[in-house]
Design a binder for this molecule. Sequence first.
Ligand code: SIN
Length: 299
Amino acid sequence: MRNREALQQRGEKVKVDRLLTPTIGIELDIPDVNHADDEVIWTIRRHLARHKVVSIRAQQLTEDQFLAFSRRLGSLVRLPYIRPMQDFPEIIAVLKEEDEVDMGVFGGDWHSDFSFLECPPEISILYSREIPACGGDTVWANMTAACLALPDDLKAFLTGRKAVHVGAPYGVRYAPEPQSRFEGSIRMDRHNPEADAEQAHPAVCRHPERGNEPVLFVNPTYTIRFEGMDEVQSRPILERLYGHATRPEFCCRLNWLPDTIVLWDNRSTIHYAVNDYDGFRRMMWRTTVCSSRPLPAMP
Ligand code: SIN
């Protein structure tokens, strides 16, 4: 009830029963995103900044229509490491075939997308084309909620601090063996000089659209250390932060249906693709919207 009242006080015309959780995630009823006018796009953006994850069910889109919808949200970026669909360089196919068993899956560890870039992506968009009979959910954690609930010693430690991100763990260290069947579905290029270089970002950023709302900006896949500290010194503190940020109260879990579009605010969430559907095919299309440099939270 407290959440319902809080939303009503803020004047948000949201059906509370469409929230995935009080902390993160909302499902919006949009009959056909192909006909979304500016107000609908603005509504999606507003809910994205507030609820971090927006799902829109029952959408019928071709590749071109998916691109056109994605472009309404911002300029699209081509991703380092991952080869896109042949005729659509801004879409990647996130695919696991039914015979790809006992192996990793794309996005199968907690991460935000490409935080090792100078300007990490703002929004990521997934569109489900084929989903397993069960399993294959995605989980997101709200890094603003996690930041606000940090214990005082961690808040003090993070003040004014930068974390160092590097793409090499994905592109090199965790990459599947060349010629593996996983490599066959998600085709990767390695050793991208821009992505393999270290990039320091504020460990607590401010959300660009929500005043000085703080965001814990560390990434379980790509953050290797804090500036001025080595990896061994940084590891226990990072592990504590990840354990805190992925507490279930900061998370939502989405059960995919076919033809679902999900957008997430990549600047204030981390996510995890649950790899529990061996024996089923899962195929999604994915686009990624550009952003600007993360800014530090103001004291
Ligand atoms: C990703 O990390 O972009 C993939 C998420 C998913 O497949 O659920």
